[in-house]
Design a protein around this ligand. Structure first.
Ligand code: CUA
Length: 155
């Protein structure tokens, strides 16, 4: 069978690349300890409050204009689903999922993340303008995905 020299060169190059990538995966997992995210709980951030867990949602005032929210996502709602803070407050969100992959996006803010079972997402935002900020699940999570929402009310 005749194989064009260019074609032979590309076939060899592809084979070499496969071997290189295989070695890279082996070295990173066996020698460097790199793993893919799994459902096994692991701490992704230091300095989390001890009660920032997926068991219960809460809102806490830390001081003037500073709040923390432990936000639990589950099929198909958020806990808490109404958060009231005064204008100008900086709110830090700790985001969990109790079951499957969910999303957490607050409209008109920079807060947008996935809620991954076994992991904690953290984001802060300062609400300068009063109003209602809808938050929604933006990862498809089943039949009730479209009703999964809540709001931050900035007074
Ligand atoms: Cu939760 Cu979509």
């Amino acid at each position: 069978m005749h194989v064009h020299p260019y074609e032979r060169m590309w076939i060899r190059l592809s084979a070499v690349l496969l071997v290189v990538f295989g070695i890279a995966i082996a070295v990173s997992s066996l020698a460097l300890g790199v793993t893919i995210p799994g459902a096994t709980p692991r701490s992704v951030a230091t300095g989390l409050p001890a009660d920032a867990t997926p068991s219960q949602g809460w809102v806490r005032e830390l001081g003037p204009g500073r709040y923390e929210v432990n936000l639990v996502a589950r099929m198909w709602g958020f806990e808490p689903n109404v958060i009231r803070v005064p204008k100008g407050s900086t709110v830090t969100f700790y985001v969990h999922s109790q079951d499957v992959l969910h999303g957490f996006k607050i409209k008109d803010t920079t807060v947008s993340m996935m809620a991954i079972p076994g992991q904690v997402g953290r984001a802060s935002y300062t609400f300068e303008e009063p109003g209602e900020y809808l938050y929604v699940c933006h990862e498809y999570c089943g039949l009730g995905h479209h009703v999964m929402s809540g709001k931050v009310i900035v007074e």
